[in-house]
Design a protein around this ligand. Structure first.
Ligand code: HPA
Ligand SMILES: [Zn+2]
Length: 343
């Protein structure tokens, strides 16, 4: 019998709302314990004595300070089995957090630059993703994300290297150090991805200015903006995003940990909802930022007083903003409608 104290209003076991996760970097789900296990399996020395010591290094001053550690730790990912184990660990956790559909970023250049073949990465990830719907009830998509601090030529080469696997990839994205690497740099890359039949998204307006969001829409032709929180600095841009119902994949814990927002209590998400923006909530790099997607939903309730109706709207938006086929989308929306009080 559980000895955990529960307040009377909290007596029913909490079942998380069914939701989609649309902004999740698989490399950012690498928990310290798995990093140590993979390092040992692959004979790699980590500059930390224990998982706890590694975890205590997770104090970031901005995006770059996080990326430095994030890229350093990818060294432990070497074989197909490593990528399969990484994806499987995420899917299991995601399912427990109510995720029914996940569109998962991966950063091939973070691996090919270390001599790991893109096929190793994609075959490893898809071996876990392929059976995720049956085993975890989580349907999946893969988003190939270009590192924007590398050249457009490098991105084009990466897209060419992915050619044998394009049937496994639903979209391309753009991540890594934002400021100084505007979307315009990747116009040709996105035109090529579109020609190949891929959907288009990009990180914009996380640390970068609102003009990067406009560029991503107008020059790259993206359908969804990742982060996008700095849109609030440009009234006309907000009006456009509302009118066109462009989804924004917002990541509250990430914004606080990377110091884009001082405290969760000051996160602009309520203002974004009030403006009529099509906002979704996601975990970004949950191992590094203090929680998975349901933890972000709960944090918003606790820190910002979001109501059950607002949390349901966020879950509804996540299915609306996804690249799901209409049958699966309808099935998941019906499951959300049938879901009882969030508890
Ligand atoms: O939040 C992010 N921003 C940019 N690049 C990233 N790569 C992993 N996470 C992020
Ligand atoms: Zn991200």
């Amino acid at each position: 019998m559980s000895t955990t104290h529960r307040a009377p209003h909290d007596a029913a076991p909490h079942t998380p709302l069914p939701k989609a996760e649309l902004h999740l970097h698989i490399e950012g789900t690498l928990e310290p314990e798995l990093a140590f296990a993979l390092a040992e399996r692959n004979g790699i020395d980590l500059p930390y004595a224990t998982p706890e010591e590694l975890r205590s290094a997770y104090a970031f001053s901005d995006l770059q300070s996080f990326l430095d550690l994030y890229y350093r730790l990818t060294a432990v990912l070497q074989t197909e089995q490593d990528f399969a184990d990484l994806a499987e660990a995420y899917l299991e956790r995601a399912a427990a957090q109510g995720v029914r559909h996940a569109e998962i970023f991966f950063d091939p250049q973070a691996h090919t630059a270390r001599g790991v073949d893109i096929g190793t990465v994609i075959r490893g990830l898809t071996s876990a993703l392929d059976t995720s719907r049956e085993r975890h009830g989580v349907s999946t998509g893969l988003i190939l994300s270009f590192l924007r601090d590398l050249s457009a030529e490098d991105a084009l080469r990466t897209l060419a290297d992915a050619a044998p696997y394009l049937d496994r990839i639903s979209a391309v994205g753009l991540d890594s150090a934002e400021v100084g690497h505007p979307p315009a740099k990747f116009t040709e890359v996105y035109a090529e991805a579109k020609r190949l039949g891929l959907r288009l998204v990009a990180h914009a307006g996380e640390e970068g200015p609102p003009s990067y969001i406009t560029e991503a829409l107008d020059l790259l032709g993206v359908e969804r903006i990742d982060h996008g929180i700095r849109c609030l600095e440009d009234e006309a841009l907000v009006a456009r995003l509302v009118a066109e119902q462009i989804p924004l994949t917002v990541c509250p814990f990430s914004n606080v940990r990377l110091r884009c927002v001082d405290r969760l209590e000051e996160h602009p998400l309520p203002a974004m909802l009030a403006a009529g923006l099509l906002v979704t909530v996601n975990s970004d790099d949950p191992s590094y930022f203090g929680g998975y997607v349901e933890d972000n939903y709960r944090g918003l309730r606790t820190a910002l007083g979001l109501t059950d109706d607002q949390l349901r709207l966020l879950a509804r938006n996540s299915f609306k903003a996804s690249f799901l086929d209409e049958d699966r989308r309808a099935e998941l929306l019906a499951e959300l409608d049938a879901h009882g009080p969030t508890g």
